[in-house]
Design a protein around this ligand. Structure first.
Ligand SMILES: Nc1nc(=O)c2c([nH]1)NC[C@@H]1CN(c3ccc(C(=O)N[C@@H](CCC(=O)O)C(=O)O)cc3)CN21
Ligand SMILES: O=c1ccn([C@H]2C[C@H](O)[C@@H](COP(=O)(O)O)O2)c(=O)[nH]1
Length: 283
């Protein structure tokens, strides 16, 4: 939690004001941030200086694992986070590739599970990683990439957390996740939970022990309309100790994640937090 607050403070103290064309807003911005989460010790990196809707964050990631391309499927799992990007962004609404209400196009999990091959057919990147890690194999290329520039025009948003690399040392599993663009008040609150939970889940379904998760962020920003709440409210609060994440031990395979898992299979214990803060969201 301290590292999150340190990054927020660093943006407030050292950030540069950068115009963003896509949203029409200015962002206070720094470049390069490295965060680490101790999954081995179950130090769940949930923000405590405001109430965090962690179930929505996990739901979003399960949707990526399932390869969802529709905001309605995300809502059914328990998160509305894709409603705005699927239905309120003018450029996407005018895009001929948009298949209708709630369509997100070829983003995130679509690339992760069905990356189109130029010679026909698809690559299921996640399946290959799970199969290898289950056999104790790390071929130094256990990489899940959502970043497909050849299909950016077919999706509502380029992926922000775009690459996840798994590494095995003996039977301890590590994850390094890369993020090109980070809305620190809103997005990072979710992304921290997602990186942690992804490693915990992958270790569980491949029969390995979770180690550390490393989260590397390039452009970390606070939108102009979020700054006051961050600087004058959230940063004035003292954090509480990290809570713990409990995952249903019956989740044993990728198929389990694809079929019956719901947000009821995740529990957080010891979550002490300050009052909610509603940050503005930029589409
Ligand atoms: N500007 C922007 N920031 C993001 O973080 C972001 C995007 N766009 N577009 C794609 C996804 C969608 N994500 C989102 C979208 C909404 C919330 C949000 O509104 N969170 C609120 C309430 C969540 C709830 O009630 O479930 C929060 O207080 O965290 C968070 C992440 C993360 N990503
Ligand atoms: O998982 C996510 C997804 C998105 N974001 C944020 C980062 C930016 O503020 C926007 C995306 O805008 P771009 O113009 O495509 O960079 O969404 C996030 O923090 N985490």
């Amino acid at each position: 939690m301290r590292q999150y607050l340190d990054l927020c403070q660093r943006i407030v103290d050292e950030g540069h004001w950068i115009e963003n064309k896509r949203t029409g807003k200015r962002c206070l911005t720094v470049v390069n941030a490295d965060l680490e989460y101790n999954v081995a010790e179950n130090e769940f990196p949930l923000i405590t200086t405001r109430k965090s809707f962690w179930k929505a964050a996990i739901a979003e990631f399960i949707g990526y694992i399932r390869g969802y391309d529709n905001a309605d499927d995300f809502r059914k799992l328990g998160t509305k986070t894709w409603d705005a990007n699927a239905n309120l962004n003018d450029a996407w609404l005018a895009n001929p590739h948009r298949k209708g209400e709630d369509d997100m196009g070829r983003v995130y999990g679509v690339q992760g599970r069905t990356w189109a091959k130029p010679d026909g057919g698809h690559v299921d990147q996640l399946r290959k990683i799970v199969d290898n890690l289950k056999q104790g194999i790390d071929d130094r290329g256990e990489i899940l990439s959502f970043y497909n520039p050849g299909e950016f025009h077919m999706g509502c948003l380029r992926p922000c957390m775009h690459t996840h690399t798994f590494s095995l040392l003996g039977d301890t599993l590590y994850l390094t996740s890369y993020q090109r663009s980070c809305d620190v008040p809103l997005g990072l609150n979710f992304n921290q939970v997602q990186v942690f939970t992804f490693l915990a889940l992958m270790a569980q379904i491949t029969g390995n022990k979770p180690g550390m998760a490393y989260h590397k962020i390039v452009n970390a920003h606070i939108y102009e309309d979020q700054l006051e709440l961050m600087r004058d409210v959230q940063l004035k609060r003292e954090p509480f100790p990290s809570p713990k994440l409990e995952i249903n031990p019956d989740i044993k395979s990728l198929e389990d994640l694809e079929t019956w898992v719901t947000m009821d299979d995740f529990k957080v214990t010891g979550y002490q937090h300050h009052d909610p803060i509603q940050y503005p969201f930029s589409v």
